[in-house]
Ligand binder design. Structure first.
Ligand SMILES: Nc1ncnc2c1ncn2[C@@H]1O[C@H](COP(=O)(O)OP(=O)(O)OP(=O)(O)O)[C@@H](O)[C@H]1O
Ligand SMILES: Cc1ncc(CO)c(N)n1
Length: 269
């Protein structure tokens, strides 16, 4: 039996719904062996972020090197990277180990508004990490910050996707969670040649903590198993849809999604 592996380089969410915790749960549900390099510890729950504690860059580099010099990985997901120093160091490690299947979730702001990326680090994302990515998965506000394009329509989103492709991302997914103009939600994929539209029904819930992390982790797991980007995006959307639909109703604020739901529903079918 082949064991497929994925490494997440991201922040820890003590509340268990986003960050490293969401990534590992998602990898496990999709039958991929998960490994981690933690960039920052956050004190966080469904009500918000109560503290952010970045790790020393040396400690982050050593975690990545520990994977690179022994276990290896079939794909990498990056999430909360916090500073330009961390982004540079992570990018250098990816180049050093010649890793290719890099999925960049350009995490900037948590649901309650806390900064998970310093403002000056946006340029480092563009200069160092995005050019190494197989897929970048911004939500609409992140795509706006990265490109400077105000996104009000699908045409604006397509323009932003093209710009992000010019920055060096081989594939761009501009997610549609923040476009609440319709009950149909669209995640847009651009591969440098064509646009692909992945549609789903918008679920009316406040329990959406960690949806972006979970979506990108599912995409990473599918790429680790050797699937192509279009199929991986479809599975990631199905995974997050079930996770949101079958929410766990935990906590008093924006609760986490249900990482068990996709697999359970598949087993029943
Ligand atoms: N209410 C919803 N109903 C159904 N699917 C949703 C809903 N909200 C988000 N999604 C899906 O979840 C995924 C993440 O989308 P979104 O744009 O919300 O990411 P995000 O803003 O990065 O998430 P986060 O809140 O974790 O930062 C996408 O596939 C999107 O289609
Ligand atoms: C650690 C961490 N990463 C990412 C997000 C974005 O959902 C979050 N809230 N916390």
């Amino acid at each position: 039996m082949s064991v497929y592996k994925a490494l997440t380089i991201a922040g820890s969410d003590s509340g268990g719904g986003a960050g490293i915790q969401a990534d590992l749960k998602t990898f496990q549900e999709l039958d991929v062996f998960g490994m981690t390099a933690i960039t920052a510890v956050t004190a966080q729950n469904t009500l918000g972020v109560h503290g952010v504690y970045p790790l020393p860059v040396e400690g982050i580099v050593k975690q990545i090197a520990a994977i690179g010099t022994d276990l290896g990985t079939d794909a990498i997901k990056t999430g909360m990277l916090f500073s330009s120093e961390i982004i540079q160091a992570v990018s250098e490690q990816i180049k050093f180990f010649k890793w290719k299947n890099i999925i960049v979730d350009p995490v900037m702001i948590a649901k309650g508004g806390a900064a998970l990326l310093q403002d000056e680090a946006v340029q480092a994302l563009k200069s160092y990490l995005i050019p190494l990515s197989l897929v970048i998965t911004p939500n609409i506000p992140e795509a706006e910050v990265l490109t400077g394009i105000t996104i009000k329509s699908m045409d604006d989103r397509k323009e932003a996707a093209k710009r992000l492709h010019e920055f060096g991302a081989k594939n761009v997914v501009v997610k549609g969670g923040h476009d609440d103009s319709s009950d149909t939600l669209v995640d847009l994929l651009y591969d440098g040649a064509e646009f692909y539209y992945f549609t789903s029904n918008r679920i009316d819930t406040k329990n959406t903590h960690g949806t972006g992390c979970t979506f990108a982790a599912a995409l990473t797991a599918e790429i680790a198993k050797g699937n192509n980007v279009q199929d991986a995006v479809q599975t990631a959307q199905n995974f997050i849809h079930e996770a949101i639909k079958n929410d766990l109703k935990l906590g008093n604020g924006h609760g986490p999604t249900n990482h068990w739901a996709y697999k359970k529903q598949k087993v029943i079918l």
